[in-house]
Design a protein around this ligand. Structure first.
Ligand code: KIV
Length: 270
């Protein structure tokens, strides 16, 4: 069955989409109102990304957002969503280096927000955490390439895995995550040919962001693609709207109307 016909997208639906070469659409959302619009439009996957740290809270990196804050965003999204699969990022410091803590963090997200899956950044170094979360029956999405939670290690947001050593580690990690039982894999800001190779070699769907067209699906940050956030314009970003300007114009008109006593009019009062 075509994904557009399903009433609830599951991890199995995504797997079938890969098999029949139907592309997977994924966007972020962090609140009830936006999630309702995005889900209603028919998106396949909603990511409650830790990019909430940037676009919702104004932090420079994704590192400061807490597990409680992610659960708050995820719960708001879940109250709106009827059809999309909802995946929630485990925030920095809640899964690296301690698989028991990773499991407890994932369980809190699932129990307190009612989300469908979690996402973790990294490969071999976090595989114990991935295994333990999966063993509790919680679906896991992997994330390789540019992993923003490691920005202090990378030092920059430039394209990753352009050199042989990093590229082969990425391919190894992709196999490891797929074999462990992850249901999908995000590939961020890597060369298109490398993303294509990974997509061909592993059995689970790949979702790209700045990873070219030969992946199984695409993801963008909602505020970037709607043009709410004007400060961020990497090559891979396509802006579908200029909502910053639209909202700005609406607010300016409102201010003018209030100042000139054109709002409210007779019909807008009791
Ligand atoms: O947090 C996020 O929005 C993400 C996407 C960029 C994939 O991880």
């Amino acid at each position: 069955m075509k994904a557009s016909k399903v009433t609830k997208v599951t991890t199995h639906v995504l797997q079938e989409m890969k098999l029949r070469k139907e592309k997977i659409s994924m966007l972020t959302a962090y609140d009830y109102s936006m999630a309702r619009i995005v889900d209603g439009a028919g998106i396949d996957v909603i990511l409650v990304g830790d990019s909430a740290a940037n676009v919702m809270a104004g932090y420079k990196t994704t590192l400061p957002i807490t597990l409680d804050e992610m659960i708050y965003h995820a719960g708001s999204v879940m109250r709106a969503v009827k059809r999309a699969l909802v995946v929630v990022d485990l925030p920095f410091g809640t899964y690296q280096g301690n698989s028991r803590e990773a499991l407890l963090s994932a369980i809190r997200i699932m129990k307190e927000s009612n989300a469908n899956a979690v996402k973790l950044e990294g490969g071999k170094e976090i595989i114990e955490s991935v295994d333990r979360i999966l063993s509790a029956g919680i679906p896991v999405m992997g994330h390789l390439g540019l992993t923003p939670q490691s920005i202090n290690k990378f030092g920059t947001y430039v394209v990753r895995a352009t050199h042989e050593e990093e590229a082969s580690k990425l391919v190894e990690d992709a196999h490891l995550l797929a074999e462990a039982g992850c249901f999908a894999l995000v590939l961020e800001k890597i060369p298109a040919v490398l993303a294509e190779k990974v997509t061909r070699e592993i059995s689970i769907p790949t979702i790209g962001i700045g990873a070219g067209s030969q992946v199984n699906g695409q993801v963008l940050v909602l505020h970037d693609m709607l043009g709410i956030n004007q400060d961020f314009s990497p090559r891979f970003l396509r802006r579908y709207h200029n909502l910053y300007e639209e909202i700005n114009n609406a607010v300016e008109s409102y201010i003018k109307d209030v100042k000139n006593q054109r709002f409210p009019n007779e019909k807008e009062q009791y």
